[in-house]
Design a protein around this ligand. Structure first.
Ligand code: FES
Length: 171
């Protein structure tokens, strides 16, 4: 991937710029701060597009290829826009043994989408993830930044309904 001069210039807001300075102050080298800076970029721009990768590479003194490598290695970075409620089902061993695939299928079927897709109204995206690090309470779904553990079909239905109705979700 090489720099594309045709791409629209991106820039962090003043607030995000201050957050980035704070992040950088906690690391010995700029490069070590790449993961949290990418998180910040994802929060700021919604997802990590090619343009965002180029912007982050520029401010971190890295090449776009070095940033892309990290973005594609970790599943927590969204390479395309996601819905307001991003259901991320863990499908690694413990969760898989407790039926995470079936739960994911059932969420897709209720929402009328396939894994990796977003509903037409932009409200829901369903994705599969590798281990979320909460294997003892499998199966787990992460909705945006929050984990919902020991998931079962009833709990999943309640979560979807609450999202649809804009109610707070109960972990
Ligand atoms: S296997 Fe699902 S959280 Fe680890």
């Amino acid at each position: 991937m090489s720099a594309n001069p045709q791409l629209k210039p991106f820039s962090f807001s003043e607030k995000a710029m201050l957050q980035m300075k704070d992040i950088l102050s906690r690391y010995d080298s700029k490069r070590s701060a790449l993961l949290p800076v990418l998180h910040l970029a994802q929060d700021e721009f919604g997802y990590v597009s090619d343009e965002v990768i180029e912007y982050v590479a520029r401010i971190m003194d890295l090449s776009p290829a070095q940033v892309l490598e990290v973005v594609t290695f970790y599943t927590m970075y969204n390479k395309k826009p996601v819905g307001k409620n991003h259901f991320q089902f863990c499908v690694t061993l413990s969760c898989w043994m407790f039926g995470s695939h079936q739960l994911m299928k059932s969420a897709c079927s209720r929402l009328g989408i396939r894994e990796g897709e977003t509903t037409a109204d932009g409200q829901f995206t369903v994705s599969k993830m590798e281990c979320l690090g909460s294997c003892g309470s499998a199966p787990v779904v992460q909705i945006n930044e929050t984990y919902y553990e020991n998931l079962n079909p009833e709990k999943l239905n309640r979560l979807i309904t609450s999202c649809k109705e804009g109610e707070p979700l109960i972990p």
